[in-house]
Design a binder for this molecule. Structure first.
Ligand SMILES: [Fe+2]
Ligand SMILES: [Fe+2]
Length: 273
């Protein structure tokens, strides 16, 4: 399996430009898969730079209903004429971020896309065959990121904290190895890894994606949370490639705790698994 990081918050020096968002391209035995599109058309320009042919993509999976993961869906529909786009049925609900001054900003997907014939609306666990599984129901045993606190759902006047039921994750099993891929891991990466273990019967070999962590007293995680989370991840024996919304402040602590079992992914990176 080969992974091309088409867009991410960080970039390989001298490589293609990145943006706040995530888009991964996977070449697997099951064919080529796009996981998230980032927020703009940038993923398709970077795919050209990285010699990835998006017209060959067999399926696209959108991790959740935030613009920085599905903002590029219209571009994908242009450059690929047939692949289904798997999106959770709640991903087109309205999603908001609370900004300074008490203002809510719409950070959702374009609801007009929901009626497009290429959208496949998912819920629960979906086995797509050829070792590909999408799942959205995740336990709540482990505390989730404090950084979620500024994220809401609903419309103005009827705003509620986001429960992230619109979030889904993907498992790819191939050649005796399993890879778990997350977008932002808003439901908590430890909870998501635990659910993947339930599905697989063992921990995944590799976990890849954004973990939505930043150490910032008051509006983010505290140091102790990230340390305990790093220990819990280390105990799984899996390897972790994190990116996107895993802030440098959190990554430094993870690296200190987890050593070689964690690494960063950036726009332009190519990973052979
Ligand atoms: Fe994100
Ligand atoms: Fe998100």
């Amino acid at each position: 399996m080969k992974v091309h990081v088409l867009t991410d918050n960080r970039s390989v020096p001298g490589g293609p430009r990145g943006e706040h968002g995530l888009s991964l391209h996977l070449e697997s035995e099951a064919g080529s898969i796009l996981f998230d599109t980032g927020q703009s058309d940038m993923f398709s320009g970077n795919a050209e730079i990285m010699a990835v042919d998006l017209s060959e993509v067999r399926m696209a999976v959108i991790s959740h209903g935030h613009y920085d993961h599905g903002g590029g869906i219209p571009r994908f529909l242009e450059v690929n004429g047939s692949a289904p786009v798997y999106v959770h049925r709640k991903a087109f609900d309205r999603h908001l971020a609370l900004r300074s001054g008490g203002r809510y900003e719409d950070i959702g997907l374009d609801p007009g896309l929901m009626d497009d014939a290429r959208m496949v609306l998912t819920s629960g666990k979906v086995r797509l065959g050829d070792g590909i599984t999408i799942f959205s129901e995740v336990g709540t045993e482990y505390p989730v990121s404090e950084s979620n606190r500024s994220l809401f759902a609903g419309s103005e006047g009827n705003v509620r904290p986001d429960d992230f039921e619109h979030e889904q994750h993907m498992i790819v099993e191939e050649g005796g190895k399993s890879v778990l891929i997350t977008g932002c891991a808003h439901r908590g990466i430890v909870n998501i890894v635990a659910e993947a273990k339930e599905i697989l019967g063992r921990y995944p070999d590799l976990v890849m994606g954004g973990f939505h962590l930043r150490i910032r007293p008051g509006s983010g995680e505290d140091l102790q949370y990230v340390r305990e989370m790093s220990q819990a991840l280390s105990d799984t024996g899996a390897r972790f490639c994190t990116c996107h919304c895993t802030d440098d402040s959190a990554y430094e602590v993870m690296k200190e705790m987890m050593g070689e079992s964690v690494q960063l992914l950036r726009t332009g990176d190519i990973l052979e698994i």
